[in-house]
Design a protein around this ligand. Structure first.
Ligand code: BDR
Ligand code: CA
Length: 323
């Protein structure tokens, strides 16, 4: 039986590749795509999601969500993905429009219609936080929530301590992490290094000569240059597709452990930090006051620490292979 996915995304170049993986997978039905401000403004992100769905021949419903984080102005990542989020190649406007319903309501409706569904988040957690405000018992309806976000080793891509999706709206992230959702965290550290597409991988995908393969590489051109400048590593880092690959096939992940994880919302140096209680000290007397809220339940996050790089890249190739 096909599994049901809902994907929440601030659609830019790596989100687009993740959407392709899900929309082309024979194993899942994507019931809805909800869009949030993050990498780019929400309207541009909606256009990018609709355009990508069209390239996949999909008529999946796309819902417009939050225009800004809960308590702050949006600080986007156009410095990484390009002004349009897609490397500024002038892709045409999509022919379809977003649905009239808002993203938070769509999340609640979709979860009620498909209890046990998998939610995959590829952007800031604003939409989910808003959905939780509408329906606090939403976690009961969600079987799995795979989050691309966080930097559990404290190696951030937007500040030394934080990864973009969590940093962008830390107040929303805190609400979601404390909500009782069964979360799986695919942090940024897992997606770089060997997991990034190297120059050979890129040539291999181009050589397939497929429209989706060419699009996946082309729309990430600005991201490729920005990644080199940021890390000194040549290639294309694809955090959202890595998370999607692990949502589609959990056997791509090879190592994980469960922990209490909370989000720093106020630190000057540490805004958006995913604080992982890796050595189980949160419950000690000296920490209990600060960790009180989470300690009421069992560890809230399955943190992925390693993956099978060959298997993830093979899954990507399969998704991009169709002529
Ligand atoms: C995350 O932030 C965005 O730039 C990407 O789309 C990904 O979701 C990586 O930190
Ligand atoms: Ca994203």
């Amino acid at each position: 039986m096909r599994r049901v996915f809902l994907i929440d995304t601030d659609t830019a170049s790596d989100d687009a590749v993740a959407l392709i993986m899900a929309l082309k997978s024979p194993a899942v039905d994507v019931a809805a795509i909800t869009v949030v401000a993050g990498n780019v403004g929400v309207d541009q992100a909606c256009r990018n999601a609709l355009y990508t769905a069209e390239l996949c021949g999909s008529s999946v419903a796309v819902f417009r969500g939050a225009e800004a984080p809960l308590a702050r102005p949006l600080e986007d990542a156009s410095w990484f993905h390009g002004r349009d989020g897609m490397g500024d190649h002038g892709y045409p406007a999509p022919s379809r429009r977003v649905e009239p319903l808002g993203a938070a309501d769509a999340m609640v409706e979709t979860a009620e219609k498909f209890p046990g569904l998998t939610v995959v988040t590829l952007g800031p957690l604003t939409n989910i936080a808003l959905a939780l405000k509408r329906k606090p018992d939403l976690p009961r309806l969600i079987g799995r929530c795979v989050v691309m976000g966080g930097a559990p080793c404290c190696e951030g891509n937007v500040t030394p301590a934080a990864e973009f999706n969590i940093w962008c709206d830390p107040e929303a992230a805190r609400i979601v992490f404390r909500s009782g959702l069964r979360m799986e965290m695919v942090g940024w550290q897992l997606c770089r290094g060997a997991a990034a597409l190297d120059l050979q991988d890129i040539e291999r995908i181009k050589a397939m000569g497929t429209p989706l393969g060419n699009f996946a590489i082309e729309c990430n051109s600005t991201a490729q240059a920005a990644y080199l400048e940021q890390t000194g590593e040549h290639g294309i880092c694809l955090p959202d597709p890595v998370a999607m690959a692990m949502a589609l096939d959990p056997t791509i992940g090879t190592g994980w452990s469960e922990h209490y994880v909370d989000i720093e919302t106020s630190g000057d140096l540490t805004r958006g930090m995913t604080v992982v209680d890796r050595l189980n000290v949160a419950g000690n007397a000296r920490n209990r006051r600060v960790w009180n809220e989470l300690l009421r339940g069992s560890p809230n996050v399955k943190v992925w620490w390693s993956l099978d790089v060959g298997k993830w890249k093979a899954a990507l190739s399969v998704a991009l292979a169709e002529h």
